[in-house]
Design a protein. Structure first.
Length: 393
């Protein structure tokens, strides 16, 4: 999934590595393990535990803890127990960079998990590469996360599909399944995730013969979208594509209905949060979004995960949880297969991941360190998400 903001943070984070070790980054809000003992492997996690996307970080962190607990119950890795240390980046790329630097340089983690948001993963990626510590993002979908220009980043991986596929999925669904010809787009211009998804959706919808009648913009945190929505409504679209995060999407949905727009809204995996329905209050009924998994999948692996997560945390796991769990499982499996527990050895093992059975689909990493896997389309009925269809890559 996810996020936008520029990468001046890379230089900041590399500078932090040379700073006094006792300095506490603002991001270091949550610690779940002491410094690793000789018989302990420490995994690091950078997450948005506070801020506007806090549910993303919470779901992911919960699922990672579940995966580590299960691995330890089954003997750990190479005779060692696993421990987790998580730092809160508050949803800010600069804090993600500081937290990642501390986890790698001071805490000496073997693997770094995170971030869920593309802008924050982009802030972390150069740090992982420079220090030769593998980074696995659960849900960062922007193609640039694993690419440095034309080159694949050697130490950066993800277990989710990427935006070109996700944007195409919803464009085809709108044109072929919903039989729509005229759509509008409302994008967050300060967000790489939103801009990328909007571009891919637009290109594919036009290629299929459809028309994008209006392309409006906003910035995350805006509260009033009525000017953009009025301009859109005046063009009579049949659907509004809003590739943004749940807090903004829910408000946009409510204001669109207040202005009399009756058609569906559509978007991507950034919609996936229980808070979406709490804030929208039914305004998004009849709408759709692409996602990585559905808890309605009857596959025994999925249902076993759903049960364990509900038993542990008291709620149904969302896609962020599923992919956080998968990212941890891929890291654990790779450490088991690695010749040793050095960064290069673990990196080599991750790169060889093929047909790994995760709860959000089977994972095979391609030459760009991206997961080749299917997507699902989720519909919203009576303010509740419902599985609609699966789209293969």
């Amino acid at each position: 999934m996810r996020f936008a903001r520029a990468l001046t943070v890379a230089a900041l984070a590399l500078a932090v590595a040379g700073c006094e070790k006792k300095q506490e980054p603002a991001a270091a809000g949550k610690q779940q393990a002491a410094a690793p003992a000789a018989d302990t492997i420490l995994i690091g996690h950078v997450a948005s535990l506070t801020g506007e996307q806090a549910t993303f970080g919470e779901s992911t962190d919960n699922a990672i803890k579940l995966a580590i607990s299960e691995a330890n119950a089954n003997g750990g890795v190479k005779g060692k127990k696993l421990a987790l240390k998580t730092y809160d980046d508050q949803g800010k790329p600069e804090e993600a960079a500081v937290a990642a630097t501390r986890l790698i340089v001071q805490d000496k983690v073997a693997v770094l998990l995170g971030e869920v948001a593309s802008s924050r993963s982009l802030a972390i990626a150069p740090i992982a590469d420079t220090n030769k510590v593998p980074q696995i993002s659960p849900t960062s979908t922007n193609p640039r996360v694993t690419k440095d220009g034309d080159k694949t980043r050697p130490y950066v991986f993800r277990v989710c599909f990427i935006d070109p596929f996700q944007g195409t999925v919803m464009a085809k669904f709108a044109h072929e399944n919903l039989k729509l010809k005229r759509v509008a787009i409302l994008r967050d211009v300060g967000n790489d995730y939103s801009v990328g998804l909007a571009d891919y959706f637009s290109a594919k919808f036009k290629e299929l013969g459809g028309e994008v009648v209006s392309d409006q913009s906003f910035k995350a945190g805006d509260q009033d979208f009525k000017a953009q929505l009025t301009a859109i409504k005046n063009k009579n679209p049949q659907l509004i594509y809003v590739p943004a995060y749940y807090t903004d999407v829910a408000l946009i949905g409510r204001q669109a209905r207040e202005l009399g727009f009756k058609g569906p809204l559509a978007g991507g995996d950034g919609w996936d949060s229980a808070k979406l329905y709490e804030i929208a209050q039914g305004a998004l009924d009849g709408s759709y979004f692409s996602n990585h998994y559905t808890h309605e999948n009857p596959d025994p692996r999925v249902q076993n995960f759903v049960k364990k997560y509900k038993d542990t945390y008291g709620s149904v796991p969302d896609a962020l949880a599923a992919l956080g769990y998968d990212a941890a499982l891929v890291a654990i499996d790779s450490m088991k297969r690695a010749t040793d527990l050095t960064g290069p050895a673990i990196r080599d093992a991750i790169e060889k991941t093929k047909d790994f059975h995760g709860v959000a689909g089977n994972i095979t990493l391609d030459e760009n360190h991206n997961a080749v896997k299917s997507a699902v389309v989720i519909g919203i009925e009576k303010n509740t998400p419902k599985y609609v269809t699966t789209v293969e890559p």
